[in-house]
Write a protein that binds this ligand. Sequence first.
Ligand code: PEP
Ligand code: MG
Length: 309
Amino acid sequence: LAARRVAAPTGPGKLADGTAIPLLANIGRPSDIADALLCGAEGVGLFRTEFLFLGAESAPTVAEQQEHYRTVFAAFGGKRVLVRTLDAGSDKPLAFLTTGHEDNPALGMRGLRATRAHEHILRDQLTAIAAAAAETDAEVGVMAPMVADAAETEYFVTLARSHGIPVAGVMAEVPSCALMAGQVLGIADFVSIGTNDLTQYALAADRQLGTVASYQDPWHPAVLRLIQLIGKAGTQSGRAVGVCGEAAADPLLAVVLVGLGATSLSMAPSALADVRTELRQHTLEHAKALAVRVLDASTPAEARAAARG
Ligand code: PEP
Ligand code: MG
């Protein structure tokens, strides 16, 4: 019997009605670049820069960082690359940024809080990103992790622009940021939803702790309602709302996220093909109808069932 093989679609991410939903890659180490390109990523929606420096004892120099960033930007010439500033702390300790014991590191000095407390490190990183961006034709933007509200957004966006980086946004991964999304998007050029942390914080369940792993489910309607708030703020402001957490890699959830207002999706390169295939089965109208259904569910299981129809 001849095996019937259906070729996976290639090309840009789009819905059945032609609505463009750019499909981007999450990358960390330089070796991720090849995978992203091979899988047809339209750019990089999350460049986890802390991965480059996990073993470093001291802060990397501007020149050292510039070289790393140039390599990535050159590989994605003409494409969007969103660089996340160092997200140290909790699950990603960096010796030069996270010092001292904390009983609850996920609730402590991490992300923008940690780099803001060592502002010279944040300034050096922005300097290196701007310099590397000037050497290539990638469309480089920056975003800060663990941003809580409009005041922190204002701080970061102003600092990024003062370093000559015109596109500056924040990650929405703390529930307060989702609740304040209208104000945040009045300042930031875009937000990118980090569903891993957003889920951890919405359900108050440490994402590192096996005993509460069942809470770490982005299909939880509480998480989806927070995402809805961000999506609505994006639609009202006309600003981009990406998703770069694991949720974007779940094909059916990806459709729901688009229905909730996501305008681009970023994921591990290996997930791109299945998400690309699924998006092409649904119109925007249908994605919105699925979103309405899941928001009325009571549990993650009910939300999944509602989306499957
Ligand atoms: C997230 O929290 O969803 C995210 C994308 O960031 P990280 O997993 O690196 O914390
Ligand atoms: Mg995160």
